[in-house]
Write a protein that binds this ligand. Structure first.
Ligand code: ME8
Length: 628
């Protein structure tokens, strides 16, 4: 029996959780449960990152104190984790006393050790990311990470001597191939470390930001939110508070994170740990992003997917299954509801759900619902047993490799073999021939036993459905009580149990529904809307189009460019009255020739049966301004 300590990032409480947060947390949950399946002792930690400017600003917008805001937002995360069946053992909030104490203590220790100094700082700050950048990092003056504008700041601050650990860190990463995974992320960090590494600014003047843990050696400053946040990973298992407990978990630690926070975890954090004399986490696993129409999803981008909407619509377990199944750890994945439904119907409803249904229904119909007592050695079972063995081995390896996706691949090889087995054995034919009774019993027992194995193997991903499968098999206890090694001796399903067929575990979803729903509501996605470029334009000149009573030809200015457009508004507006007026135009419409006149865009107007009026800005704004 081993030990496994897994963490998720602690999420900012500035906004509601979205599908990206749900993904990391579900993955960590699935990995935790797989490790419990192997018999490991597991500590699974998640939590919230509550200090810093981002949270402070979100609280101000709501006219709340940052603490009151955090207290409210944290409940949304906790409630969601409850609904998504997340089995975390601890939940840490950075505003808790246990955490603030450890952060203060670490700051004081490394300050006393001369690892922190003060200096005047000049840099470019990205407020949403809470990150400082040097001028050469910026891309067109914007944050190189998120592309948003930065602000220049000059002030006295405290610095952690991170630069002195650069060579040590490179060597550590090079000699510990499993430290940063997958390899692509490791190479990214090694690439980053080819540039000289600066020292890390770890303070914020209180005059600018109150909301943070005070520096114990200078009360005019609070601690930089990342320096505070990363420490959560050692606070929870008992750093300073309980050495033995801390050691027990820390040597088996794994940080699961999104690739957006690779540098903080793979550069800042290891150097911080080195400075306080703590060994590095065993593994940092950087997964990819869920994209929507190929762009990163996020609340600020307006394309965030609310996890609860999907879980409500299709069920928590199906949602968990899809997230684990559809993203290969490390790579990005494009989220689509259509793909979700298709996978659900093929894999969950047909391949798994039907297999269970057929197995228990046939047991009920042909054997009075009683699990038969059989001798396991039977030639007809060879292929199925061989597949079970292969699956169990592959599952063990995939858990070690922290690859739940590969676990599901292996499990599905067994599901498919079992479906093939039913077709080959055709119990419906065996049942008609009294001489084939023994073979019928062997066949049905094998199916039920395979379902039992599948319930155990799938419990980490679909915990409540696995329990439902268990219940329909009439099995005792819970699939959670069985370990991977127990499955190796085939035939663990007790004879004489009474099966209990029930509703389909994964009822089919009518695929048309998804398309129909969209069509009925005539909805477009946010990204479809984003394709439309609306801009403000000023009319510089207007005249009638010869030979066309309804058309005006307008010369417009978009600030940086002049255009000509043709508009069907002559019955409502005199050309002279329009000059100098600001209007809204679709700026990326394909040019068209109307009555021999080229039109490079289209203006917006509202109309009813009697009238037409131009859409105009409420007050003067620069020509060319974007409308969104
Ligand atoms: O960064 N796809 O918090 P955060 C997949 N507080 N995962 C995604 C995602 C997406 N589109 N978007 C977000 C912070 N995530 C800091 C962490 S840790 C000491 C401090 C997930 O609320 C992914 O795990 O911005 C990512 O790393 C995390 O949410 C960022 O959450």
């Amino acid at each position: 029996m081993g030990t496994f300590y897994i963490t998720t990032p602690i999420y900012y409480v500035n906004d509601e959780p979205h599908i990206g947060h749900a993904y990391t947390t579900i993955m960590a949950d699935v990995l935790s449960r797989f490790h419990r399946l192997t018999g490991d002792d597991v500590l699974f930690l998640t939590g919230t990152d509550e200090h810093g400017q981002k949270v402070d600003e979100a609280a101000k917008k709501r006219n709340l104190s940052p603490q009151a805001h955090a207290d409210e937002m944290v409940m949304r995360f906790q409630a969601l984790w409850e609904i998504l069946n997340i089995s975390n053992d601890d939940f840490i909030r950075t505003t808790e006393a246990r955490h603030k104490r450890v952060v203060s203590e670490i700051l004081q220790r490394i300050y006393d050790a001369g690892e922190i100094y003060s200096d005047n700082y000049e840099g470019w700050y990205c407020v949403p990311d809470e990150r400082f950048w040097t001028e050469k990092d910026l891309v067109d003056g914007n944050c190189p990470d998120c592309g948003r504008p930065t602000v220049k700041i000059s002030e006295k601050n405290y610095f952690f001597r991170m630069s002195k650990y650069q060579d040590w860190l490179i060597e550590y990463i090079e000699t510990h191939p499993n430290f940063i995974r997958p390899e692509k992320r490791r190479n990214e960090i090694l690439g980053f470390l080819r540039q000289p590494l600066g020292d890390l600014c770890i303070s914020r003047p209180r005059a600018r930001l109150e909301w943070g843990i005070p520096l114990p050696f200078d009360e005019d400053y609070v601690c930089y939110v990342w320096f505070d946040a990363l420490i959560n990973y050692i606070t929870a298992p008992g750093y300073i508070a309980d050495d033995a407990r801390f050691e027990h978990w820390w040597q088996a630690s794994c940080h699961l994170i999104g690739k957006d926070i690779l540098t903080t975890h793979c550069v800042y954090w290891p150097t911080m740990l080195k400075a306080i004399g703590v060994s590095l986490p065993k593994t940092i696993m950087g997964h990819g992003f869920w994209l929507v129409d190929e762009t990163k999803m996020g609340k600020s981008l307006g394309n965030a997917i609310r996890p609860l909407d999907l879980a409500d619509k299709y069920g928590v377990d199906a949602f968990r299954y899809f997230l684990v199944r559809d993203m290969t750890l490390g790579q990005d994945s494009d989220f689509s509801e259509e793909a979700f439904v298709q996978r659900y119907n093929t894999e969950l409803a047909n391949e798994l759900g039907n297999l269970l249904n057929r197995s228990v229904v046939m047991a009920a119909r042909y054997l009075d619902g009683v699990v038969p007592e059989v001798d396991g050695d039977h030639a007809a079972l060879d292929a199925l047993k061989a597949q079970t063995e292969e699956t169990l081995n592959a599952v063990g390896k995939a858990i070690d490799a922290m690859n739940p996706n590969a676990v599901l691949d292996a499990v599905w090889r067994l599901v498919r073999e079992a479906n093939r087995f039913v077709e080959v054995q055709a119990p419906w034919h065996l049942a008609k021939d009294a001489c084939k009774r023994a073979e019928l019993e062997v066949t049905i027992y094998a199916l039920l036993e395979t379902m039992r194995q599948l319930a155990v193997l799938l419990f980490p991903v679909i915990p409540s459905k696995a329990c439902e499968i268990w219940r329909q098999l009439g099995a005792k206890g819970s699939p959670e009580d069985v370990h991977l090694d127990d499955l190796k001796s085939w035939g663990g399903l007790d004879a004489n149990l009474q099966v209990a067929p029930g509703d389909p575990v994964f009822p089919r979803i009518e695929e048309v529904n998804v398309a129909e729903e969209k069509a009925q509501e005539d909805l477009i996605s946010f990204s479809e809307f984003q394709k439309l470029k609306l801009r403000v334009a000023k009319i510089d000149a207007a005249e009638r189009v010869k030979g066309a009573d309804r058309l005006l030809q307008l010369q417009i200015s978009l600030g940086d460019e002049q255009r000509q457009i043709v508009a069907g508004i002559a019955e409502y507006y005199e050309p002279e009255a329009l000059v100098g007026q600001q209007i809204v135009v679709v700026a990326n419409l394909e040019p068209a020739t109307i009555r021999g006149v080229e039109s490079q865009g289209m203006l917006l107007a509202a109309s009813d049966d009697n009238d037409l009026t131009l859409v105009t800005p409420d007050s003067e704004i620069s020509d060319g301004a974007e409308v969104s």
